[in-house]
Design a binder for this molecule. Sequence first.
Ligand SMILES: *[C@@H]1O[C@H](CO)[C@@H](O)[C@H](O)[C@H]1NC(C)=O
Ligand SMILES: *[C@@H]1O[C@H](CO)[C@@H](O)[C@H](O)[C@H]1NC(C)=O
Ligand SMILES: *[C@@H]1O[C@H](CO)[C@@H](O)[C@H](O)[C@H]1NC(C)=O
Ligand SMILES: *[C@@H]1O[C@H](CO)[C@@H](O)[C@H](O)[C@H]1NC(C)=O
Ligand SMILES: *[C@@H]1O[C@H](CO)[C@@H](O)[C@H](O)[C@H]1NC(C)=O
Ligand SMILES: *[C@@H]1O[C@H](CO)[C@@H](O)[C@H](O)[C@H]1NC(C)=O
Length: 415
Amino acid sequence: LIWMSSAHCDERLFQGSQGQFPITQNVTVVEGGTANMTCRVDYNDNTSLQWSNPAQQTLFFGNKKALRDHRIELVLASSQELVIKISDVSLSDEGQYTCSLFTMPVKTTKAFLTVLGVPGRPEITGFTKPAMEGDVIALTCTTPGSKPAANIRWFRNDQEVQGTKEANATGKSFAVRSSLQFQVDRRDDGVAYTCSVEHVSLPNPYMTTEVLEVHYAPHLEITHSLIIPQEGHYFKLECVSIGNPIPEPVLWSKDGGELPDIERMIVEGRELTITTLNKTDNGTYRCEASNHLGTSSAEYILFVYGGYCNAAKHLAGVSFVSTFPSMSLCLCLCTDPNALDQHGPDHALIGGVVAVVVFITLCLIIVLGRYLARHKGTYLTHEAKGAEDAPDADTAIINAEGNHVHAEEKKEYFI
Ligand SMILES: *[C@@H]1O[C@H](CO)[C@@H](O)[C@H](O)[C@H]1NC(C)=O
Ligand SMILES: *[C@@H]1O[C@H](CO)[C@@H](O)[C@H](O)[C@H]1NC(C)=O
Ligand SMILES: *[C@@H]1O[C@H](CO)[C@@H](O)[C@H](O)[C@H]1NC(C)=O
Ligand SMILES: *[C@@H]1O[C@H](CO)[C@@H](O)[C@H](O)[C@H]1NC(C)=O
Ligand SMILES: *[C@@H]1O[C@H](CO)[C@@H](O)[C@H](O)[C@H]1NC(C)=O
Ligand SMILES: *[C@@H]1O[C@H](CO)[C@@H](O)[C@H](O)[C@H]1NC(C)=O
């Protein structure tokens, strides 16, 4: 007496113990691998099992080998099971295999052997030498031998881009091709285009990368080391150039001619250094560079100021110099605008900041003035020697001794 689940029971009733069918499984194997073909029956009265191939040739009858193919071997033959293995599987081995149970009549079950074709390493063609900006190029990635057809994806650096796709059957496998067409510009220079081949037979996609080289004409810009160049200061201009090939050499000129003072104006690579600025250095400075695609230039207009206060006054259009008539004192306070912003002169902003600072300082000075009135010391008069008689504040600064002594400090007080 045998107890069975109802599903199992139905199956048995339907097939009958004599009419049972062998049980097989579909097998999927990667080209070159080994496929185990298993066939079994639940109950057997010593009837023989047989495996045959898609061409209906008998491979094994029980434990007896029927076809002369060294790749096909017996794994297990018992009354209930017949297992064979096919090694070094090729695409032509794919198809429907049949397991037969030699009862009367013969009962057969099919098992499908699927062989996966492994794609070849992808190859990118269509780009060899450097491209010129504006060229239209077509990158083509091909991979042969996949089954089913592999999937090709394109990446521009890490960003996926869409290409066209085409697959041709060659025998049982596919040659897959994907193309990408675009117009190159300077942003493509040094960009990596990767072709990625994905396939069910590959644990990780195959990748091939091509790094583009794009040539383009130069573009120049001049950067400067000080927002407000002042007399006596060290000043540096840099000719920042982009272009491929890198534009060289950099030529400097002033007002359309050669640099006038080679002693103070030192050219080193892309940099022009003026060791001590002089008002006579005012003018238009120009740098020029070229590569085989063209020439470019940039200009910088230099305007040398006399000192902080003059510069600030000029830029902001506000007078920072105040007098205390009652005390016969002149005050000038400026913050160093070069310390505020190295990137570009924002005259209004600098002026506004300085104006506020001056206003606050004026208030402070009133308080301080009272204090100083009691402690009037030698250094006050010493610093301002010559300043008292000046008709206006500018002259007072110019007249005052020690004007340049404090030129490098962020704040100056002339009292
Ligand atoms: C095939 O059978 C052999 C012998 O039993 C076993 O070693 C191997 O792992 C099996 N291969 C697969 C793919 O099941
Ligand atoms: C199958 O054959 C073996 C020996 O060949 C025998 O011992 C066994 O009884 C047989 N079984 C059946 C169900 O006929
Ligand atoms: C086996 O593969 C064949 C053909 O691809 C399919 O028709 C069948 O349903 C599969 N059988 C099983 C049990 O997956
Ligand atoms: C597919 O076949 C067409 C026509 O023969 C051919 O032009 C094309 O290059 C082939 N594509 C591939 C990926 O082999
Ligand atoms: C600026 O140049 C003139 C003429 O070369 C020179 O007399 C003067 O001393 C220079 N000024 C400074 C601050 O170097
Ligand atoms: C240079 O510019 C300054 C700033 O206004 C001016 O005072 C000076 O006279 C100029 N010098 C020459 C030689 O143009």
